[in-house]
Design a protein. Sequence first.
Lengths: 265, 318
Amino acid sequence: MADGERAVVRTLVAAILALLAGALAVRGIPSRVAPAPEDRPEIDLPIRQPMQLLGPGARLRIGDLTPLIGEARVADWKKAHRLPFEVRDCPKLLEWIAGPDGQRLEALSGELRRGTRDEALAALALLFQVARATRWDPGFLGHGEHAERLGGLLQDWLRAWAERSASDPLLHEPAQAAALLYGRVMRAAYQAPMLRRAQAPYERARGFLDGLLGGRAGPRTAFGESFATRRPRAWTTFLERGDFLLGFEEEAKLALPDLDGECGG
Amino acid sequence: MSARREASSDLQVLFACLAIGAGGLLLGLQVDGNGSLVGTGYTALGIGVVVALFASALQAARGAALPRDPPGILSAVCGFCGISFVVAGVLAPGGGWMFFEVLLLLVLLARSKSAGPGPQLGKGTSVALALMLVFRLWITYQGSERRWQVAEVDVPIVSWIPLPFLDPIRSVSLGEFTPREMGFPPSGLDFPLSMTLWSAGFALAVSGLLWRASAGLERENDRIHAIIHELPPPLALLVEKILPEEDWRALGLHGLPERLLRKRIQALVEERIAQRRDIDQALRSAELLARTSPGGFAGEIHSALIGRERPAPRVAER
């Protein structure tokens, strides 16, 4: 055997042994749970515990957002951000939002949604408080329009921020909560009629969530990946052909128990 | 010429082993939900090793060759590892299916004929392994979408009635399994990337095993050829005419140690030459030719020519 040929054989034998050893070693590579964006130690959040701004204690912290609102919107913010916290007697959502306070708040929320991510969080905090303080549950008479309206407001926010939130430590968790609440209110609208089902909100939610999360007709979006990992029950039913919002409602009832469409009553 | 042929078949064995190693590496990896590479674990590999061990033992009991030189040893090790990797890569993750698959593979591998050292993979076994891989990929896909069953079948009539309270009985789940059985990483599985890795790994490892079998056959033929060509060239050519290369495997020459191989070749040559002599003798025999006499006028002439005595005429003829 020539020297060159011998060198080739030695190289091949070394490569084979390395590959066989590698094939055994790689099987032991452990899986690590990657920290959520908000858990990364190097991140300095402008707002601590952003989920508190979506919870029942939001009235205690909503003022923390004021320094983060841009100059163009801060005046409107100061005038309107307390409005949903002053709602009393659980009015119907459509009635309240059609009133002067509701209109100012809706306009402010739309402006904030088009702003920075801090402002987007402020917009979502206001929407959650509206959902908490007004009645959107269809009730016995099956008025699904309130839930559908709230779903529309959440849908606008999710369309603008959900995908960007996938790697955002500030909005990551709030966006997931918004998706759960969206699923819950749209299911309420779908189930509103007494004897049949409302197909319009059902189909709208189907089309919107398919685009937002992916996974059914195409690859998952970044937000869909994160949602599937964190909300497996909602994801499982989302992939079903039937009542795909069932898992959203189940998870929302656990994660956001006070957002029941009846002002927590 | 012979040395070059041996070097060529040795290189083939090495390249086949390279493919097996690369395939094993890919079959040992998966991509989790965070996009990180994660190992597929040692449990399935353990079952693969047990299957390869049984296959080796059964093939050895049926007279498989033992490795006799460094390339042969490497080939045997790669064959063993390759079968372990492939079996580990295609097995259903748990439950009754896995038991059935292991049993089927054992039967198929035990029936494979071994040409060289180490366990061999037949073509039928490769097809069965490919089908098992498809099944594994399907249930992995189902699991990656968090559907924990092989299939869901709609119940006729009930599934057509649009009443929500019928939802729980609209469909029947077939073959349920759990995430634990699947061995998924905690952050889920990136199915497209993992499927690509496993399919490529399977293709490489099975091609390597089949290539190794073919190269092993060639190596054995080269070894027998070299022994025959120790004879003077005209004699070697004559022996190769008496024992053609296509018959070597069927004659049991593959896998024999050198001393036994020489004895076997010697015995076969003697046996075939003796057979040939018998045939020649029989063909030359006058008695045999007489039996082919067509009779009548031509037969009389034929008998006269070969010097056979005519039978005495019967009384009636007189």
